[in-house]
Each structure stands twice: as C-alpha cells, then as structure tokens.
Design a protein around this ligand. Structure first.
Ligand code: GLU
Ligand code: ZN
Length: 492
C-alpha cells in the first residue's frame, strides 16, 4: 500500500446546511488527490437517524457539484468497489466487525449505568486521578455478567485500549504522542445496538483502504483511539495498514473565536446566493491553512491542483476574512471572458432577483453594458442594481440618492444639460460627456457636480456604471424623457 496511489475520503454527516469548514476539508482532500493522481472516496456518515436528513444529503451533492469537487467512488449511481458508500446501508458489516473484535478480546460488554459512571468519575476527580472510564467491566467473570443480566441491565460495547503510548506523525503538525491514561476505553456500540461514529468511521476507512485521513483539528482527540482500533482491525484481518493522518487548522471567525457551523457567515449557501463564483470561493478557502506563494493569492483551480501539497499546510489557526474572500472573488469575476461573465450573471437578471418586468429585458442592451459592469462587481448579485435602470420603466425611487444629487439649482443645470444632450452625437459617449461638461461650465460646476443630477435622473442612483456609456446604451429618447420627468418632479 505504501507505493499505491493515495486514497482520501470526504465523509460528512448529512446534518444541516453545508458550511465553509466542511468545504475547506473537502477541497484539501480533493486537491491532494488530484495533485497526486489518487482517488477521492465520498462517504456519507448517516448513522445518526435523529439528526441526518435526506434534504441535507441532497444539499451536499448539489453544493459539491456547484463547486466542481468531484469524486471517484461514492453513493448512488457512482458506486465503486467498496459500495455501499452510505453508512446507514452498512449495518451488517459493522455488526460482523464488532463480533470479531469481541471474539479476539479487543472489545467487551460494559454494564455500568450512567449513575455509576458519574459517581466513579466524580470520585476520581476528587482524588486527582484520570476521570475517564476506569475499566470496570474489562474482565468480568461469567458469573458477574450473569448477575448483571439478571438485574435487567443493558450493555454497551467498549473498545479495549491497549496500555501503551500512541505516537504518530501528523502530516500537518508533526509527531504527536498520547499517553494511555488520557485515552480510556470508549464506547463503540450503543445499548440499543447502534454502532457509533467511533467505530464506523475508522472501520470504513480501513475497509475502503483509505491511505490519508485529512480532516479538521477538532477530530484530533479521536485519532489515538482510531489508531488503536486500526491495530485491532489489522489483528482480526480487517485492515491492512494504518493510514496517515493530517489535521487541518482551525478556522477562526469574528472576535477570534472558532468559526462555528452555526455562524451565519459559515453557511455555504450564503456565498452561493450572493454570487460568489465557485472558483473564487475555492481559491479563498484554499488559503485557510495553505498558501499558493508568497506574492500571489489569486489563482485558478488548475494552478491550485498543480501546487497543492499537504506538507505545506500550516498548523496555525487560519482567520476567515470576508473582505479578502470578496476581493479574491472580484478578481475571479474580472478574469472571466465577457461571454462567461454574461452567462454567470443570468440568474440575477431573472425573477426573483430582478426588479423589472421580465419582458423588459433586452439582451442587446445587457451585452453592451456587461463589460462595464464586469470590472466593478464584488459578487454577481450586485449586477441587478447596476443594470436595473435599463429594464425598469422608470428608474428606482431612491430618496437618499435624490436628496444628495439634487442640491443647489438642479433645475437650471438639468435644463441646460438636457438641451446640450439633445443636440449631441449619441453615437459617442465622449460627445455626451462634452455636453454635460459644457452644461456644468455654464453654471460654474465641475463635471462631477454636473453629472450627479443627470445620473440620478436617469438611473435613480448616485453610484453606478460609467454614466456616458450608460446613457448611450439606454438611448437618447429614454434618457431625455427621464431628465424631463426629473424636471417635472423638481417643479412640483
Ligand atoms: N462524519 C464526520 C464529521 O463530519 C467525519 C469526521 C472525519 O473526517 O473523520 O465530523
Ligand atoms: Zn462498565
């Protein structure tokens, strides 16, 4: 296995909405596999019927598809040599493994009640001893077991941790050592027979021949237990080799607190709905614990794959920086060819995003304005407000913009500007600019001050795309009509 191609896994539990931490983990696994020519195994860890949902599962698939993160083996049609890839369909496999572990003495039934466990833990704490499970049921006699059963006690299955120090070389954090008193025997099957994450996750990693486990640092404390379980699986002939582990650094959010999957800014859907490009978001997320180079932080997915190495992942916590994510996304928007850009914007030019009647949409006007919009967007959803003046019957009513622009003597300025524009050459934005410039000069106003009332009259807003190109694309008649309407409003 040492020389075989890497096999990594992405194994989310389908609970709740996909979040950025989960995507970062998926991305690092995917990039590592694609860089090394290895395989991505997509496994669904749906053994918690109370929390898992089909809706969440479908969202996961949809999100990964949107991001372009693909896999080589996985649930449903994809399949693969280790199918099924949904843990809820693998229960008989786990039952068999548990039976074999128990037969070989690696696991045992524990009859302790919660009250007894609590009591002994409190006593251990008071005495300053390690407070994890104390091994009470490790070596029960047949008679004791008989007695417990007669009392009507139920049992869970516990894994017997070997009394030895566990050391492993983390791919990100270097050598780590765990002493046995800190890793007590742990439950692997509930009293009702349901296998736990502690069992099924390493069992499937073993059976699916995973070579590299790359996952979040929050799972680090389960690694020594899993390594011990792996050794037992090797002993019973269910595993070949212990995989390598790499724990990806924490992602910190606001106020230097760990980003929680419940934080609103952690929701993947939020970024998608705001119009992040998949490549922009992946580019940003790849920088959470890794860097492309000292002087370049915008790159394509292809470049990421070419360069990504797990050995370069940094163990320090990474900070989630929304401004940086937006700046990188804006760069990716600029990198699109115009045609891809116009296509990427399409969803935001339709209901429910678009605020104009759909029949007003004019593809030619959109294609004419698109290049000016492309250099100004941070996220694609910004496009709607930037171009709505072209498709609305009247510009939006934005009181704040109106108040800001219609200062001094806007009637005089707009009257002159209208006259100059009416006689200008509408085939040239430069000529339209000269017309507004001349109108301003007549009233002692610089271009900036002179164009503000024109912009608000025509687009409804003080900020927007380049004004003279906007006027030209809107057209002479509609532009002049809007200035007339503004003059009428000012007169009223
Ligand atoms: N299903 C686990 C989780 O989502 C996977 C943990 C792991 O990668 O080992 O937390
Ligand atoms: Zn016990």
């Amino acid at each position: 296995m040492a020389n075989a191609k890497p096999r990594v896994r992405f194994c989310p539990s389908p609970t709740g909405n996909p979040h950025v931490g989960l995507v970062r983990t998926a991305l690092f696994n995917w990039a590592f596999a694609r860089h090394t020519g290895g395989s991505v195994i997509f496994r669904i860890e749906d053994t918690d019927a109370a929390r898992d949902s089909e809706e969440s599962y479908n969202q996961l698939l949809d999100s990964l598809n949107w991001l372009g993160l693909d896999w080589d083996e996985g649930p449903d049609e994809k399949g693969g040599p280790h199918a099924p890839y949904r843990q809820s369909q693998r229960m008989d496999i786990y039952a068999d493994i548990v039976k074999r572990l128990q037969a070989a003495g690696h696991a045992y039934d524990c009859y302790c009640t919660t009250a007894e466990l609590d009591e002994r833990r409190d006593a251990a704490r008071k005495a300053g001893r390690p407070s994890g499970y104390d091994g009470h049921c490790r070596d029960l006699s047949a008679a004791q077991i008989e007695e417990y059963r007669a009392e009507g006690r139920t049992s869970i299955v516990r894994f017997r941790m070997p009394d030895e120090t566990i050391t492993f070389d983390d791919l990100v954090r270097g050598e780590l050592t765990f002493t046995p008193e800190n890793v007590p025997d742990y439950g692997i099957v509930r009293a009702n027979g349901a296998p736990l994450y502690t069992l099924v996750n390493p069992v499937d990693d073993a059976l699916m021949e995973i070579t590299h486990v790359l996952r979040g640092e929050d799972l680090l404390s389960s690694t020594p237990r899993q390594i011990a379980l792996y050794k037992a699986l090797i002993d019973i002939g269910a595993a070949k080799e212990i995989p390598l582990f790499g724990h990806l650094p924490y992602v910190m959010g606001e106020g230097n607190k760990k980003l929680s999957k419940r934080d609103p800014e952690a929701s993947l859907n939020l970024y998608r709905e705001r119009g992040f490009l998949p490549e922009g978001l992946l580019n940003y997320l790849s920088l959470l614990g890794w860097s492309f180079s000292a002087d370049q932080d915008v790159f394509s997915i292809g470049e990421l794959v070419e360069k990504f190495d797990i050995a370069d992942v940094n163990s320090n916590p990474a900070r989630f920086d929304l401004k940086k994510a937006e700046a990188i996304n804006a760069d990716h928007i600029r990198l699109l060819d115009v045609r891809s850009f116009t296509e990427a914007c399409a969803p935001w030019l339709r209901a429910p995003h678009a605020n104009w009647p759909q029949e007003n949409f004019d593809q030619a006007a959109w294609e004419a304005i698109a290049p000016y919009a492309q250099t100004r967007l941070t996220v694609l959803s910004d496009i709607t407000a930037n171009v709505d003046f072209l498709f609305l019957d009247r510009p939006v009513d934005d009181e704040a913009s109106w108040a800001k622009a219609m200062k001094g003597d806007p009637v005089a300025l707009l009257t002159t500007a209208r006259a100059r524009l009416a006689e200008a050459d509408w085939t040239s934005p430069e000529a339209l600019k000269a017309a507004v410039l001349a109108a301003g000069e007549e009233h002692g106003l610089k271009l900036g001050k002179a164009q503000a009332p024109v912009r608000v009259a025509v687009t409804g807003r003080t900020v927007g795309l380049p004004l003279f190109e906007s006027l030209q694309i809107l057209g002479r008649d509609r532009s002049l009509e809007r200035i007339d309407a503004a003059l009428a409003k000012l007169a009223a």
